[in-house]
Design a protein around this ligand. Structure first.
Ligand code: ADP
Ligand code: MG
Length: 355
């Protein structure tokens, strides 16, 4: 995973004996928090299966390695890719695998708090609860992702003041205003890191007649992507990144040097879509609460929050201060972790779910 630091990679080696866990079932990454231990697992939400079957050959980090370069006999699936479950069996296999890995041995009476994208349907919720139960959960609570993100970012969700959180994940972004422990208004859009990657792929194909893969596009985004000039990072404007692809005409391998400005232009459309969703959410928010947001600012979480200049661009478009949460990729799982650590106090934020 490109964004993995040593610290994040180390987590995979830690395991927990705790019975209570929080899971961030993200479209790009799944993280697990174990009560008393912290984050114990952090892997891509990918399952590799033998084509035409449901036999999982690899899950997580190992399976992501195969994305885009699988032989015909293996298919790499991202079960939650667009925020909806496109493959129930793969999703269940993934949840089971990650829970077993995070909490090895017997799992009697495990309580799980699972974060789900707020766009998932009742049927999908039931499927997630069922999969978690089969993976060993005694009780399963579902928590809406923006609520978990806000808790994990340290926002005062229970207070009588409005807080706005924008969680930019891989397949979806969630925008929500939270007050008194509830989501007052929210929207979920199918624009996130994946759409940014696709925008780069399209731009390179259109402007440079070069075909590149989605992993390459993500590398470009992380290496030289930005949404707006950043005063503290003047060198951002002059960065370049060399990509390898295949010529559209002729099909020969070719390398190309992309500039940061080229990539910023490519990212304009998905970034504009996120801004439009922020504005629309503000517009339908009760005036007192939007006043609170004006004053206290907007908090960005999720991997997309790491795109340089995104905060400044949203601030410029809305006139509201924007902050990037500490460790934005961890906010959702830390929020679910807070619920796990403190089931009694935060239990009211959770809806118990029946399989
Ligand atoms: P999800 O919750 O949907 O699993 P995450 O919050 O884990 O998503 O974020 C994953 C997304 O963040 C991916 O699309 C990834 O490319 C993107 N991302 C990670 N690091 C950066 C970065 N430094 N700049 C821009 N995007 C990033
Ligand atoms: Mg997420």
């Amino acid at each position: 995973m490109p964004q993995a630091s040593t610290d994040r990679a180390d987590r995979a080696d830690r395991t927990a004996s705790s019975r209570d866990i929080g899971i961030d079932l993200g479209t790009a990454n799944t993280l697990v928090y174990a009560r008393g231990h912290g984050i114990v697992l952090d892997e891509p939400s990918v399952v590799a299966v033998r084509t035409g079957t449901t036999t999982a050959l690899a899950v997580g980090t190992e399976a992501k390695e195969t994305l885009g370069r699988t032989p015909g006999s293996i298919t790499a699936i991202r079960p939650l890719r667009d925020g909806v479950i496109c493959d129930f069996e793969a999703a269940e296999e993934m949840i089971r695998h990650f829970v077993r890995k995070a909490v090895p041995g017997r799992r009697p009476r495990t309580r799980m708090v699972v974060c789900v994208p707020s766009g998932v349907t009742q049927v999908e919720r039931r499927a997630i609860v069922q999969a978690s139960t089969r993976a060993g959960a005694k009780t399963v609570h579902l928590i809406e992702e923006p609520m978990a993100a806000a808790i994990g970012a340290g926002l005062p969700v229970s207070e009588a003041r409005g807080s706005m959180v924008v969680d930019i994940g891989g397949g979806t972004s969630e925008v929500a205003v939270i007050c008194l422990g509830g989501i007052v208004t929210s929207r979920s859009l199918r624009v996130g890191g994946d759409r940014m990657d696709a925008a780069i792929t399209d731009h390179v194909r259109r402007e440079h007649a070069l075909l590149i893969g989605e992993r390459t596009a993500e590398d470009v985004k992380i290496a030289v992507g930005s949404a707006w000039p950043v005063p503290g990072l003047p060198e951002l404007e002059s960065r370049t990144h060399t990509v390898r692809g295949r010529e559209k005409v002729g099909g020969m391998p070719k390398t190309l040097e992309l500039t940061a400005l080229d990539v910023r232009a490519a990212l304009d459309e998905p970034v504009a879509a996120i801004i439009a969703a922020v504005r629309a959410t503000l517009e339908e928010c009760p005036p007192e609460l939007s006043g609170d947001v004006m004053e206290r600012g907007i908090t960005l979480t999720g991997g997309g929050a790491l795109l340089p200049g995104l905060d400044l661009r949203i601030a410029s478009a809305t006139g509201i201060p924007v902050f990037v949460a500490d460790a934005p990729l961890d906010c959702v799982v830390l929020g679910s972790g807070r619920c796990v650590e403190d089931m009694d106090t935060l239990g009211s934020l959770l809806a118990p779910a029946k399989p």
